[in-house]
Design a protein around this ligand. Sequence first.
Ligand code: LLP
Length: 415
Amino acid sequence: PVPTLQLREGALWLEERPLADIAARFGTPTYVYSRAALESAFTAWQEALAGRRALVCYAVKANSNLGILSVFARLGAGFDIVSAGELARVQAAGGRADRIVFSGVGKTAAEMRIALEAGIRCFNVESAAELERLNAVAGELGSTAPIALRVNPDVDPKTHPYISTGLKGNKFGVAFADAFALYQRAAALPNLRVAGIACHIGSQLLDPAPMAEAAQKLLDLVDRLGAAGIALEHIDLGGGLGIRYRDEMPPTVADYLAPLLAVFAGREEELCFEPGRSLVGNAGLLLTRIEYLKPGETKNFAIVDAAMNDLARPALYDAWHEVVAVTPHDGDEQVYEIVGPICESGDFLAHDRSLKVNAGDLLAILSAGAYGMTMSSNYNTRPRAAEVLIDGSEMHEIRRRETVAELFAAERTLA
Ligand code: LLP
């Protein structure tokens, strides 16, 4: 699943660099990304949208490292943010504020102020109360807030329930039936400018049909609004395109977009997208070392130096990530539970994997570029992993490993 990973001279390489070099220089666990893979994923979106007025806003939550953001900023990406923290990251990485859309159900007044002062492109508003608050905050600053309403098209994205967001009965967006009246309200508020409409139905989508269904619903609403004198400049279709972790067959970007582009054929509105996973997921892996092999009565364990605090997806969603030996060698294949050192039974990275390995060997946990590092924690007072970006044969340490002292630097003891 990682396009620029190859087996060469009996070892795994990412681009022009053996993974073993990264472990030797930076230690483990370390997230490793391929610049070429990031760029080709982004270019696939640009090429599929060529000839269409469109903006690809990378969903920062998938991987918010400044090095990664800077790669996308250079390619002309926009950014989808969900906090003032992510806004600060985009600015620090050289991203343009006028290409930022701000999503999320819980924007604080302080975050609204910061985003208004930065001059972001659009607020994706998710409730009536947020609309009123944004109008008030913009009024205090003497500015006008560009808005889109995130509507909930009530389609079933057929993905994991934790990451499906476009059905009735979840917290995201405004109900489709309420959207028209809310647009009228927004148009009447003095400090808002109605700019667009947005939706996002879920993540790891493998079938383009639900998205095309949502697009058609959105377009009908856009036309009804237009007839009522509320003209929209852009239509934001969110993120969600899935990737291959195991044997999934996600559509290519072009195949995913084709039915959507058909819905909007001949339309003037700019199209926006908010892909996260499909831009970074298969551009990264987590490099880890086997500390111990522990044979058991019913299971054999490979205890590695990465854990659920580094990669939460297996524990949280029972997600499947491919695990491969970095320096495959001869020997007996054994079935292992790949587990970390954390004191929880849920601390596993993979179940039932056949590997020929010894203690001390390196493993690569693949497809870990999205929602890996960004969902990591310091549980068990474990410093978070280093992050290295490979560019040809160059190794850029885009985040150094945390130190233990940093982990409690903000704390104090009592007298
Ligand atoms: N736009 C909005 C409003 C979103 O909520 C999300 C993701 C995206 C865009 C990007 O979606 P993507 O293209 O990455 O599917 N932690 C979970 C995924 C959570 C997705 C949350 N929202 C995981 O590890 O699978």
